[in-house]
Design a protein around this ligand. Structure first.
Ligand SMILES: C[C@@](CO)(OP(=O)(O)O)[C@H](O)COP(=O)(O)OP(=O)(O)OC[C@H]1O[C@@H](n2ccc(N)nc2=O)[C@H](O)[C@@H]1O
Ligand SMILES: Nc1ncnc2c1ncn2[C@@H]1O[C@H](COP(=O)(O)OP(=O)(O)O)[C@@H](O)[C@H]1O
Length: 284
């Protein structure tokens, strides 16, 4: 039997870091949501007890370093499934972009294999299992819009953000999340974004208030390391985006606008010097 699973990209509408923990991770507060830019996974059961990954993308590992491989191995071992699986990843989400492409592939693998092997694992259990693979995986398992705390694995579902268009632009550099967190110093921050304002904006359905409440403290690291990200952020703003922010540890910058025509104008303006630009919507 063959099954298909979609793996959407995420953006962080708010990302605050509260402190560095003893285990090396950072305690965060994040408001995360999904957008309609997807990787597509095809999974087929194998009688042979092996995990095989393929992809049209030449720039990701296909061995045990692949997060989909790790997800398949984890669920197989934990639930003692004596079967194998072939997983094809049709990659559309840019890699190492701050859009959680790998984490979402891992999450889609957990959801897909739960179905393929008839395991009937409840979604919250699957989400907890995802936490063993990475901090963003639990959110990617459940999707929607959520407030994520802890190292990102503690989730509280919140309402949908006001509908709008999202322009994603990724400069041609790869950013390591570990490196960005490693360079981050919480005591060098002058301000923190207001979670209360973001929550009120979403609850009240106010697009303008949501744009005003956007904030990501990791910009302090990535923007100073990579001037091209800072430049892209300014261009997005100059071209008329109502809200602009870097997603996660970067380097993808997103712009929010209410009208499709404006999104298309910004897309055309950016395409001149940025190859990877997408116009998407938030998934509600
Ligand atoms: C920054 C964020 C925001 O959503 O996303 P991306 O930019 O990766 O998309 C996440 O916090 C990234 O989550 P994820 O990519 O799953 O990170 P992990 O694999 O768990 O961790 C990679 C490394 O980042 C650091 N890390 C991660 C999460 C966290 N709360 N504190 C940390 O210090 C650790 O050094 C860890 O070794
Ligand atoms: N299925 C996958 N898709 C993308 N990257 C993957 C995958 N599996 C492992 N990786 C590795 O994970 C790292 C982070 O990739 P990604 O999840 O796209 O980053 P980010 O969380 O910043 O968006 C990359 O170095 C990549 O080689």
């Amino acid at each position: 039997m063959k099954i298909y699973e979609k793996a959407p990209a995420k953006i962080n509408l708010l990302l605050d870091v509260l402190r560095k923990r003893e285990d090396g991770f950072h305690e965060v507060e994040m408001v995360m949501t999904m957008v309609d830019l997807f990787d597509r996974l095809e999974m087929e059961e194998l009688e042979r007890d092996t995990i095989v990954i393929s992809s049209q993308a030449g720039y990701i590992p296909l061995d045990e370093k692949n997060l989909a491989f790790q997800a398949a191995r984890l669920i197989k071992e934990r639930y003692r499934v004596p079967k194998g699986v072939y997983i094809h990843l049709d990659k559309k989400i840019p890699v190492a972009a701050g859009l959680a492409g790998g984490s979402s592939d891992a999450a889609a693998t957990l959801r897909g294999l739960n179905r393929l092997w008839g395991l009937r694992i409840p979604l919250d259990e699957l989400s907890r299992l995802g936490g063993e693979l990475g901090s963003d995986v639990p959110f990617c398992v459940t999707g929607g819009t959520a407030l994520a705390t802890g190292r990102g694995e503690l989730l509280q579902r919140i309402g949908n953000p006001p509908q709008c268009w999202v322009i994603l632009a990724k400069p041609p550099i790869n950013v390591s999340t570990a490196d960005v967190y490693g360079r981050f110093r919480v005591n060098q921050l002058n301000t923190h974004p207001s979670l209360a304002r973001m929550m009120a904006a979403i609850e009240g359905g106010s697009f303008t208030a949501m744009c005003d409440a956007l904030g990501n403290v990791l910009e302090s690291v990535t923007l100073s390391l990579y001037p091209e990200v800072r430049q892209l952020r300014s261009s997005m703003r100059q071209l008329g985006a109502d809200g602009v922010l870097m997603s996660g540890s970067g380097p993808t910058v997103f712009g929010l606008v209410a009208k499709q025509a404006k999104a298309e104008r910004i897309y055309n303006g950016l395409r001149g010097y940025c190859k990877e630009v997408y116009v998407v919507r938030m998934l509600t």
